[in-house]
Design a protein around this ligand. Sequence first.
Ligand SMILES: [Fe+2]
Length: 198
Amino acid sequence: MPFSLPDLPYSYDALAPYMSRETLEFHHDKHHLAYVNNGNNLMKGTEFENRPLEDVVKSSYFGNPGLFNNSGQHYNHVHFWKWMKPGGGGNMPGNLETQIIADFRSVAKMKEDFIQAGVTQFGSGWCWLAVKFGKIEVMKTPNGESPLVHGARPILGCDVWEHSYYIDYRNRRSDYLKAFVENLVNWEYVAEMYEAAR
Ligand SMILES: [Fe+2]
């Protein structure tokens, strides 16, 4: 099945002032679309063409860097739009909160570690919450990689490529990450992915 660009689950203005219409127009309509188109061109006529997205990501990781970069970024962005919502941040569902407190001691410590992972990812990449061996961990990955290719299941990711924040925050990546955690995260969707990953 070819990749297709999903619609944003909210309007282009819905995440302002934390993420502007201009950022979403460039990031969704141009950057994500390019990953979709490049991925489809690279898959055409190959063994990957009719495989599910996660399978394409995992099996292209070794030996097909062009397809991996584009399918990996398609996977990451499909979820990234859903990991945010207008009026996000705030409280999270109890099942998720219980596990986070067990693994990080507090929600505040988890947020601190997540932001730190994003700030210290050198160059382009992502920071994550992922489920590995039944525990929730903070991870960071370069470029289009995700926990999927490191033996874990992603449940939250923040895009720290400059295209994700430079229009709104310029070089202030840590301010972007704080706004993401405190004002944008859709914790219900994170909890849904956590339940599926357990
Ligand atoms: Fe991106």
